[in-house]
Design a protein around this ligand. Structure first.
Ligand SMILES: *[C@@H]1O[C@H](CO)[C@@H](O)[C@H](O)[C@H]1NC(C)=O
Ligand SMILES: *[C@@H]1O[C@H](CO)[C@@H](O)[C@H](O)[C@H]1NC(C)=O
Ligand SMILES: *[C@@H]1O[C@H](CO)[C@@H](O)[C@H](O)[C@H]1NC(C)=O
Ligand SMILES: *[C@@H]1O[C@H](CO)[C@@H](O)[C@H](O)[C@H]1NC(C)=O
Length: 497
């Protein structure tokens, strides 16, 4: 009975959020920037071209059966050979910046600075940067979007080992040297939550190591945070003054909406946000992990028989080193999830979900997409933005990813246009009504591409790519025209005030 009542309330409220009943007709601020994003492994292909080394995604796709359609990123959009054409399309879109990532193993095939340096790889990125400059498009460059050189995984266990910190710092410093004069925004890591939680706990991303749940993911995050801080300081000390860019970290989270007004559900929502977003945001803003993580993981670890917490501790000097290491926070946000309080999971084998112990679920009336996890909930982006403002002292916030998936082959993609219109409308409300300092917005993604373990079964692109044609032709979907209108008018509806 209660559940029926509950579903009915959500059904009624979902009706209010349909179509563009609430699309905002104000213009974005004059200095607000629009961009579009990709990632190296998802679009480049050329997996072993001109001296590129193997990375953990090459390894996973070649050695395992984990990818749903048994596909790989060996060729994918072949952007390695088509970047001139792609950059012309970007120009036509009217974006202010392009967010892309460097393939570490394309530049340093073994991952190490004192190994071979691959000139062809360097030239590839230099060409992209000069083309962008020519078109007047700024570059937002991600140093690490999940494609770790395989040799670093093999030699010392990749992101689980403190050795990673210096190896990553050397690579980052080389990237600043080579490219920094033409890069406006640097991102150290894309979605460390996914790197650690899926790479080392549930196995949904490379290297898909699941042997120590409840332990490895926290070690991974600890190493990533220290590596991030080190690279921030290198940029801040040696490059900021001459290169005049900004550097930050990109974090992903849903908005976690309490399932009811019960204070216990509010607490569950806050706890879930702290365990996902706060895990990384709290250290870079305040120097340490959220107290709720320290307390809960510490207490459960002892009851499980560990001598110390499974959540590693920062030393005082590490806390000082990590605090404040961002010029902006990047937010990757796609959807909302409901949270309900529940009894803590019983003590037993460690697992990060037991550490959180929150019930999460979706409203069945929310519009879906091709991705099971992605429900269209436009107001969620406003609430998460406001929560970040209130929780982390109003940082400069850049939406670094936001987008919608379908199964592909849909050129008149009106549901994607609807998604962008409604989400952008809520970004406007976050800016003007909630005072959130959102300075830029990035759509995911420029073109259909290799969607990790989902292979080519979920398409997020504004441009469609024909993956069975060797020439990989790009075709604009209707959303291209919509996004062009937005970048041109800074307005999400036909006519703004
Ligand atoms: C960490 O890397 C070093 C090499 O730099 C290696 O000697 C050590 O065994 C590695 N630790 C683990 C736990 O793999
Ligand atoms: C927003 O962030 C930018 C960049 O850090 C800063 O210049 C600006 O003053 C901030 N605006 C507000 C309203 O805080
Ligand atoms: C994709 O390319 C293949 C091979 O050239 C062609 O047969 C097919 O019609 C193309 N599909 C679309 C939707 O254009
Ligand atoms: C883009 O704007 C033009 C001019 O206002 C309008 O005719 C067209 O329908 C818009 N396209 C989309 C996809 O919104």
């Amino acid at each position: 009975m209660l559940i029926q009542k509950f579903l009915f309330v959500f059904y009624i409220s979902s009706l209010f959020w349909r179509e563009n009943v609430c699309a905002d007709n104000r213009k974005f601020p004059p200095d607000f920037k629009f961009g579009i994003a990709t990632a190296s492994y998802q679009i480049e292909g050329g997996w072993d071209a001109d001296g590129k080394g193997e990375n953990i995604w090459d390894h996973l796709t070649h050695q395992t059966n984990l990818v749903k359609d048994h596909s790989t990123g060996d060729i994918t959009c072949d952007s390695y050979h088509k970047s001139k054409e792609d950059l012309a399309l970007l120009k036509d879109l009217g974006v202010d910046f392009y967010r892309f990532s460097l393939s570490w193993a394309r530049i340093l095939p073994t991952g190490y600075i004192d190994g071979q340096i691959n000139e062809a790889g360097i030239r590839y990125y230099e060409d992209i940067l000069s083309e962008l400059e020519k078109h007047g498009i700024e570059a937002m460059v991600t140093l690490y979007h999940w494609d770790l050189p395989q040799k670093l995984q093999d030699d010392f266990g990749g992101v689980l080992n403190d050795t990673f910190i210096d190896v990553f710092a050397n690579y980052a410093q080389l990237a600043f040297e080579l490219f920094g004069s033409r890069v406006k925004y640097w991102v150290t890591f894309n979605e460390p939550f996914i790197i650690c939680q899926q790479g080392y706990e549930n196995g949904n991303k490379a290297p898909a190591i699941t042997k120590a749940p409840g332990i490895d993911l926290y070690t991974c995050a600890h190493v990533v945070l220290k590596a991030h801080a080190k690279v921030y300081h290198i940029y801040d000390t040696f490059y900021r003054k001459t290169q005049k860019g900004k550097i930050g970290l990109v974090l992903n989270t849903d908005w976690f909406e309490p399932a009811s007004g019960d204070p216990k559900d509010l607490e569950a929502s806050e706890r879930q946000l702290q365990f996902q977003f706060g895990w990384f945001a709290h250290p870079i803003v305040y120097g340490n992990y959220p107290q709720v993580m320290i307390d809960r993981i510490g207490e459960r670890s002892i009851r499980e028989g560990f001598k110390t917490s499974r959540l590693p501790k920062f030393t005082n000097s590490e806390i000082e080193e990590i605090k404040g290491t961002f010029d902006f926070i990047g937010l990757n946000h796609y959807t909302t999830t409901l949270t309900r309080w529940k009894e803590d999971e019983a003590i037993g084998k460690p697992e990060s979900l037991k550490d959180i112990s929150v019930e999460v679920f979706k409203n069945p009336f929310w519009e879906g997409s091709a991705s099971s996890w992605l429900k269209v909930v436009p107001w969620g982006i406003r609430r998460i933005s406001k929560w970040i403002k209130d929780t982390y002292k109003n940082p400069e916030l850049i939406i670094t990813e936001n987008g919608y998936s379908d199964v592909g082959g849909i050129f008149d993609d009106s549901r994607r246009i609807n998604y962008y219109r409604e989400y952008l409308s809520n970004v406007l409300e976050a800016i003007y009504d909630d005072g959130v300092n959102i300075t830029a917005y990035t759509a995911w993604s420029f073109m259909d591409n290799f969607e990790w373990l989902e292979g080519y079964t979920e398409k997020f692109g504004l441009f469609s790519v024909n993956f069975t044609d060797p020439a990989r032709p790009r075709t604009p979907k209707s959303s291209v025209n919509y996004f062009k209108n937005v970048t041109k008018t800074k307005c999400v509806v036909e006519q703004c005030l």
